[in-house]
Design a protein around this ligand. Structure first.
Ligand code: FAD
Length: 420
């Protein structure tokens, strides 16, 4: 049986493993966690609006019906493209016919002093849980809470700032002293949601400001300390909570595989998703510069990851039957962001048709339900949770006063998540 090793079980790796598993390949799917995590909902976990277990699903449960997909929980310590080998921290070495690198991204601190040590990136359920526990501890501390500074005005920064602004507004309504805290969003660029249209830039700014966030545009972060964040305009914000959404690069394991990393430390791939010069080696999702039809790298989006993972699987199937590989065709569903309850923006399809409010949210929901479908069969549970979340006109549920409303996945096993 043809043996495939997939390094990383995110959206790209799981989509690839599903297809290859169904096609009867012998697959090892290796991840540091024994669960698949859904990054688009991480900020809801960080702001106590969803429990962490609801955005993570055990890989064993996902692949229960595909015994030829063997899940390995291990940290990958080395990959050699030329030899097609993957080595893990347990000392195991996997040699394969095809290798798929799907290790995703991590925060890029661009050398900002103190950022790595003192800020909170948001790339994993463990990151989100760490941030949630930190904020909860501050809310309960005798010294009281401090302001939250979100660094970066892309979708992650805007969504996170919106959710924190709602959380503090809810605390104000409850007369909890946590309501005294402010939320700042600091963005180096002059507009929020840079890849969107000007109308969307204004929409995001208006909605965030209306939710109570203070937005600083055209200002960079020059240093992050344990008690403050320094800005390029000379000002300093006192905070113990700096959330880093200021840029990303490929996961470190991508370096040293043999191929020279390209833009963002990511692995450049040919249009058929193969790493040039390495037979049988593919790179997909956020770890790769996946070319679009115009040859430019596509953005780091869930749909790109899921579709490229599936496409790599199809190309492996073709190769193994002696057929030629096909160039990747991305079905562009558009770009979208949620800015707290009741506010969403979407630019749909290749022509970027603009939607706002509930229609934009419906578009967001459709795209995210598709992303979840590889890991969960009950996507309607997500839909009903999400509509309730978006529609509710009362303030966010605050964890210290109640339990967040859960997604009714009906899973028999739940993952164990340890904040790192
Ligand atoms: C906070 C946040 C919000 C987002 N919101 C949206 C959104 O609303 N819509 C959208 O389309 N996209 C969104 N994205 C982007 C989207 O989530 C990513 O594009 C997508 O998850 C990438 O999938 P992937 O499989 O390439 O990587 P990942 O999903 O990151 O998966 C990579 C996997 O590799 C594993 N791994 C990495 N290194 C190692 C190692 N050394 N050893 C073992 N395992 C390893 C990781 O544990 C992980 O499971 C968001 C991203 C973030 C961070």
């Amino acid at each position: 049986m043809t043996h495939v090793v997939i390094a990383g079980a995110g959206l790209a790796g799981v989509a690839c493993a599903h297809e290859l598993g169904r096609a009867g390949f012998d697959v090892h799917l290796i991840d540091r966690n024994d669960y698949h995590q859904f990054q688009p909902l991480l900020y809801q976990v960080a702001t106590s609006q969803l429990p962490a277990v609801d955005v993570a699903r055990p890989l064993k449960a996902i692949f229960a019906k595909l015994p030829n997909v063997r899940v390995v929980q291990s940290e990958i310590t080395a990959i050699d493209f030329a030899a097609r080998t993957v080595v893990t921290d347990s000392g195991a070495e996997f040699v394969c016919d095809y290798l798929v690198l799907a290790a995703g991204a991590c925060a890029n601190f661009f050398g900002t002093p103190g950022a790595e040590e003192h800020s909170f990136p948001l790339y994993s359920v463990a990151d989100a849980e760490r941030l949630r526990l930190h904020v909860r501890a501050l809310l309960e501390a005798p010294s009281g809470p401090t302001d939250v500074v979100v660094v970066g005005g892309g979708p992650t920064g805007v969504e996170t700032a919106g959710a924190f602004a709602e959380l503090f507004s809810a605390l104000r309504t409850m007369k909890h002293r946590g309501g005294e805290a402010e939320v700042y969003l600091v963005n180096h660029g002059k507009a929020l949601l840079a890849p969107f249209s000007e109308k969307s830039h204004r929409y995001a700014l208006d909605k965030l400001t209306a939710h109570g966030a203070k937005v600083k545009l055209g200002v960079g972060v020059t240093a992050v300390g344990p008690e403050d964040v320094s800005l390029s305009d000379g000002s300093v914000i006192a905070t113990r909570t700096a959330v880093w959404a200021g840029g990303e690069s490929a996961q470190p394991v991508a370096h040293g595989c043999g191929a020279e990393p390209g833009r963002g430390g990511r692995i450049d791939v040919t249009p058929d998703l193969v790493v040039d010069g390495y037979s049988g080696v593919y790179a997909v999702g956020d770890v790769a510069n996946v070319p679009g039809r115009d040859g430019k790298a596509l953005p780091q989006l869930g749909s790109v990851a899921q579709q490229s993972g599936l496409w790599a699987a199809h190309n492996i199937e073709r190769e193994s039957k002696g057929h030629s590989r096909k160039p990747f065709h991305y079905k562009d569903k558009g770009i979208m962001a949620m800015i707290g309850r009741g506010a969403a923006i979407a630019e749909i399809g290749v022509h970027r048709h603009q939607l706002e409010g509930p229609l934009a949210f419906a578009a967001w929901l459709g795209v995210h339900a598709a992303l979840l479908s590889d890991a969960h069969s009950k996507v309607d549970a997500f839909m009903s949770w999400a509509w309730d979340y978006f529609d509710r006109d009362h303030a966010a549920i605050v964890e210290c006063h109640g339990e967040p409303k859960r997604i009714v996945w009906g899973n028999d096993i739940e993952p164990t998540i340890t904040p790192r």
